[in-house]
Design a protein around this ligand. Structure first.
Ligand SMILES: C[S@@+](CC[C@H](N)C(=O)[O-])C[C@H]1O[C@@H](n2cnc3c(N)ncnc32)[C@H](O)[C@@H]1O
Length: 210
């Protein structure tokens, strides 16, 4: 999957990954991260996810990064609420309420833009990426976050290594990718639709807490 493939998927409406309600991992596990209301949450590869609304409703400013302008427009259209458009650091940005969406390539999102990030939420971001890009993603995510920053990561496994996205990412691979920079705890493993098995991880950026 290249960035062009993702843009095409949005144009063709092939977005079976989108859920019309917040993912159950949020009500089940978000609270245990103990991230204060008012603290900004990064949502990489965010699509038009309702999960961002769930986080915003709990008092978090949300910063989503998404490649497709169609996803951004469709997110904004979910609510009858004005949106402000602006350009920052090469990204087309849209703010609606306390959710800001930065439209562009996550790998171009830089640390100076991330200084205020207090948490993160990855559902279907790591597992959207092919094997070689997952290493790059894990490294890029880590270098955006200050030591002590916590987040949730939702991953999937399935039985077909040729299939994806979503790609099957084993627990061993999650640990190999993330453990150099994050402490990990596995909170949940549950069967999802079509033979998929979903895992919910808590991650804390290693290093002295600030
Ligand atoms: C599987 S979807 C998941 C979306 C969202 N997290 C959700 O749960 O609905 C992956 C999303 O990542 C976006 N994407 C893929 N590569 C990207 C990149 N390099 N930078 C920003 N977004 C990207 C795609 O356009 C797509 O919307």
């Amino acid at each position: 999957m290249t960035t062009t493939d993702w843009l095409q998927r949005w144009q063709q409406g092939r977005i079976g990954f989108h859920r019309e309600a917040a993912h159950p991992a949020l009500p089940a596990h978000w609270q245990r991260l103990e991230i204060e209301a008012g603290a900004k949450i990064l949502v990489p590869l965010c699509g038009k996810s309702r999960d961002m609304r769930w986080l915003a409703e709990r008092g978090h400013p949300v910063l989503g990064v998404e490649l497709s302008p169609l996803a951004v427009d469709q997110f904004v259209a979910q609510l009858d609420q004005p949106a402000l458009r602006y350009r920052q650091s090469g990204f087309e940005c849209t703010r609606q309420g306390s959710v800001e969406l930065w439209c562009g390539d996550f790998f171009h999102f830089q640390v100076d833009q991330a200084a205020e990030l207090a948490g993160f939420y990855d559902r279907a971001a790591l597992i959207a990426l092919p094997p070689a890009t997952r290493q790059r993603y894990a490294h890029h995510l880590a270098q955006l976050l200050l030591p002590g920053t916590r987040g949730l990561l939702v991953t999937l496994t399935h039985q077909d290594p040729e299939r994806g996205p979503p790609f099957s990412v084993s627990h061993e691979e999650v640990e190999a990718l993330m453990a150099p920079n994050f402490e990990l705890s596995l909170h949940d493993v549950s069967a999802a639709e079509e033979g998929l098995v979903e895992s919910v991880w808590e991650l804390t950026r290693r290093g002295p807490a600030i």
